[in-house]
Design a protein around this ligand. Sequence first.
Ligand code: NAP
Length: 494
Amino acid sequence: MSADIFEELHDEKTPPNYSWFNGKDWVSSTSGKFTSVISPIDHSIVGTVPIVTQDEIDASIKQAHLAQKAWQEKTLVDRGKILKLAADWMREHELYLTSLLVREIGKPVDEAKDEILRSADMIDYFGHEALHMTGEQIPSDAFPGYDKHKISIIERVPLGVILAIAPFNYPVNLAVSKLAPALVTGNSIIFKPPTSGAISGLHLTQIFRKAGVPDGVLTTVTGGGSEIGDYLVSHPGINMITFTGSSQVGQTAATKAGMIPLLFECGGNNPAIVIADCNPGTTAQEIVKGAFSFAGQRCTAIKYVLGLKPELDRILPMVVKITQETIHMGDPRSPETKSVGPLITESAAQEIEARIRMAEKMGAKIELGGVRQGNYLEPTILSAVTSDMEIVKIESFGPVVSFIEVKDMEEAIAIINSSTYGLQAAIYTCDEGTGLKIAEKLDVGTVWINSKPQRGPDHFPFLGIKGSGVGMQGIKYSLEAMTRLKPVILNKPE
Ligand code: NAP
């Protein structure tokens, strides 16, 4: 793997030691400490990344504030041109970035390629959408008792220095969804990539740098979340945090952050409701894709299916059959592998396996899979699951889907609404009216009718409620979230 523009990121050794990006240069950390990035495919070391020190974080944030002032003064068009170049660089290096992503996080090739290309499209879209962001003017006589002498001139201004923390499962896409809107609206960024995915994050940094992001505006700090995370999120120099990761880490980080704007997307544990009149073929196909893409390591993956007995009796065998025919577990580098490669770590796979065994003990039946080898877990389908089992109470970030029989739709709705998560839900029915009625009653961020839950299209609003997050994302919404309104009120002379 080699591509010229990335050469200065690391030394010549095998495996390479990567540098962190101090906003200006690729440097080693004075800590002298490194974290290894281990490939989930064969447990080889992809490279090592430095663990930055608190002093290095302090200096980066200070420098980011200084650089932000000049960055904000550039025109929107100039900032947009830099984004456009970054998207072009990504496309140009698509193959290299894809193979790195496959090796670093074990994502099957097709899905890794999609992530890179979708990220480039997203950068472009952010650049275009930002051009349409405008302020407004409000005259005072629009409120009773006021005359026309006051006028509020409202601008959108950047927030300052934004801390962006990305998760391992989309280390490029969910970094781009933070970096692009923050940059185009004139903010500086301290970017903390996930440890599994850090090297892809460093490559992304280089792309923005080569595209022309000025010194100090984008800094990429590396090191484990448990080592540098608390210091970053509670740093007084941070003006906003945009975070994607588990609900557990998100909740702790939100508490430590204090009174600053937060845009958090956290864990999901997404249900699907099957109604009697659904199209069985479409429903089963969507459930399979929803449950097993990227081995179920997606926040929007379907984790459990709710329905009355006759519906489950009809859909479940179809889901099993389609899974057997279309989902193939294996080495993610192989074109034969469809969706299910390794899980990110063996401990992640062990944890889910333990929940499967516990569910079995409590009466659940394994319809397919259930076997783990190292960090590979077979696509697993469980039936006779009840809502009190851990396999459905806690997000199981792997290829497992559980079928839960309910006596009526009220019970299905109650199960979903009692969850501590609230990201997405799917409803399968041929009667849109029924779908809309149930959708209204669900306490989740987004409801999909006759589709698997998913994040995109990326210009749609995307949000989680309860333990699944806070704030609104999506192209326009992220741009708004990373800026604030600033009214200046002119008192016109009589
Ligand atoms: P994670 O373990 O919570 O880590 C997420 C990020 O937080 C990583 O960069 C991690 O760094 C960092 N981190 C860890 N401890 C921290 C701390 N104390 N303070 C600040 N940052 C800290 O999550 P993950 O395993 O990478 O990702 C999977 C989770 O993300 C799942 O729960 C999934 O549902 C969720 N997710 C949600 C969405 C959504 O849109 N709602 C999208 C994708 C993923 P290290 O890697 O160095 O530990």
